[in-house]
Ligand binder design. Structure first.
Ligand code: SF4
Ligand code: SF4
Length: 469
């Protein structure tokens, strides 16, 4: 294995293709992709782009479709509000999400990166296409980059970066809408400038970050920064589906010669046209084998299929395939690892759905007020001061009443009426009086029924204390 790693063939793994010997960045000018897979990706990206930009502005029952308000600790997923008290559910949803991605990666490789990741969607389907539109295809872009600052170059550069800035501004606004909420964002956008200076600065900072990511960093995010990309080495195995080059069919690679019988000449199907390399947005040669830099964008499949078709050979020299399938010519295999991850995922989804469905609309805590003890009243009763902490996760206002269940006694609230506002918390004190005779060994377990607008909404167990004889 070590021997294999150090072999000549594996030397391409010792450096990244976007950095030269002197450690300087090699700028990638990928050729504009075309073909079946690219068209499919375009359709997927249109849906995702619409969703990404629209989601924070869609409301379900008055709540944002998706909100991740870290500042106010309010999170909504598909309109369902997650309060700090529901954090375990939110955390579980995130864990299930991560496990899903891991499981998906084990089977389908880095498909998420090439097809769903917002970085790729914005980069390849927005910024790159604008670049093709303004600067032209890769050869024009290369020429323009090395050309002197002519009038044409200045106009193209200014217009391209102006459009990049506007899109980055839109992305920054959308990003903030996910974090602070679209209503708050609207206030920042429409109120007088000085009123939300912090918000405006945040928009400008994020605009600059996104602009730099998509105009300068680009593929470096996927190849060197993204932790998910770095995880591929441990997630993928020889049975994972990846965009792969069929070495057994393609080698020995050689340029096409007119009227030559390649089989007799001992040549493989790869005509060494380098089209797969030219289209690659991360600048790699997929013929070297599965690499961390590959985002499974499928551009090389399209490029190779096009070449195979034009020289009259069978398509699929580069295709979605596992390393084992290439080696053994076998279809996809359900390995033990895949099966165990599937079970784990299904179990977690079932637990999550059960917890979500059975999630309470209210969260009630009733405890004796800290630092207080019992009191004997003039009429031979024992009293305790309690504190109720009631969280209302619904969108209804309630008038709350408290009742003792299964025992005689009296509840007196400190305020005249307990008002519980929608999506709010109520914290109040109340006094419970019980007959002296009902207390055994200095304590009594109490059940308190909580009524909201006349209907029972909660039943809480708590402890009452009294004199012990
Ligand atoms: S090797 Fe192919 S699939 Fe991988 S990033 Fe490059 S073009 Fe996309
Ligand atoms: S596009 Fe296909 S034929 Fe051309 S170099 Fe790549 S693998 Fe070989």
């Amino acid at each position: 294995m070590i021997e294999e790693e150090n072999s000549q063939e594996e030397q391409f793994r010792d450096h990244i293709t976007t950095v030269n010997q002197q450690g300087k960045r090699i700028w990638i000018f990928p050729k504009k992709p075309q073909g079946k897979w690219y068209n499919r990706r375009k359709i997927v990206s249109y849906f995702l782009l619409v969703f990404l930009f629209a989601a924070p502005h869609i409301k379900i029952g008055g709540e944002q479709l998706l909100l991740f308000n870290i500042i106010e600790r309010k999170f909504t997923i598909f309109g369902g509000v997650f309060w700090p008290q529901d954090m375990f559910l939110f955390a579980l949803t995130m864990i299930v999400g991560v496990i899903f991605v891991i499981f998906f990666t084990i089977i389908y490789g880095r498909l998420f990166c090439g097809w769903v990741c917002p970085q790729t969607i914005f980069m390849e389907m927005l910024f790159r296409r604008i670049e093709y539109l303004i600067d032209g295809d890769w050869t024009h872009q290369k020429r323009l980059a090395s050309s002197p600052w002519t009038k044409e170059k200045i106009i193209k550069r200014i217009s391209k970066h102006a459009v990049f800035w506007v899109i980055s501004f839109l992305i920054a606004n959308t990003f903030l809408a996910y974090i602070i909420g679209s209503d708050q964002l609207w206030k920042i956008q429409t109120d007088p400038l000085g009123k939300h200076l912090g918000g405006l600065i945040a928009i400008l900072v994020f605009t600059t970050i996104f602009y730099l990511v998509f105009s300068r960093l680009r593929e470096q995010v996927c190849t060197t920064i993204c932790p998910y990309g770095r995880l591929q080495g441990v997630l993928l195995d020889a049975n994972s589906m990846v965009v792969g080059y069929d070495k057994t069919r393609g080698e020995n690679r050689a340029k096409l010669k007119k009227d030559e019988d390649r089989q007799t000449a001992g040549k493989g199907d790869c005509i060494d046209c380098l089209q797969c390399v030219h289209v690659c947005p991360t600048g790699i040669d997929i013929r070297n084998g599965t690499q961390l830099e590959c985002t499974n964008c499928t551009a090389c499949i399209d490029a190779c299929d096009h070449m195979m078709e034009s020289v009259g050979m069978e398509k699929g020299l580069i295709r979605f395939v596992s390393e084992n399938s290439i080696k053994n010519r076998t279809p996809f295999q359900w390995t033990k690892r895949v099966i165990s991850y599937s079970f784990l995922l299904v179990a977690m989804v079932i637990i999550l759905v059960t917890l979500l469905v059975t999630r309470n609309d209210f969260e009630t805590y009733i405890m004796r007020q800290r630092g207080t003890t019992y009191k004997m009243t003039d009429h031979g009763q024992v009293s305790n001061i309690f504190e109720i902490n009631l969280l209302n996760k619904t969108k209804t206002d309630y008038i709350v009443e408290l009742e003792l269940e299964g025992t005689t006694g009296k509840i007196t609230t400190v305020v005249k009426e307990l008002k519980l506002k929608k999506e709010a918390q109520l914290k109040e004190r109340f006094i419970v009086e019980l007959p002296y005779s009902s207390i055994e060994n200095g304590k009594k377990i109490l059940y308190i029924r909580v009524l909201g607008n006349g209907k029972a909404i909660e039943r809480v167990k708590t402890k009452f204390i009294g004199p012990s004889l």
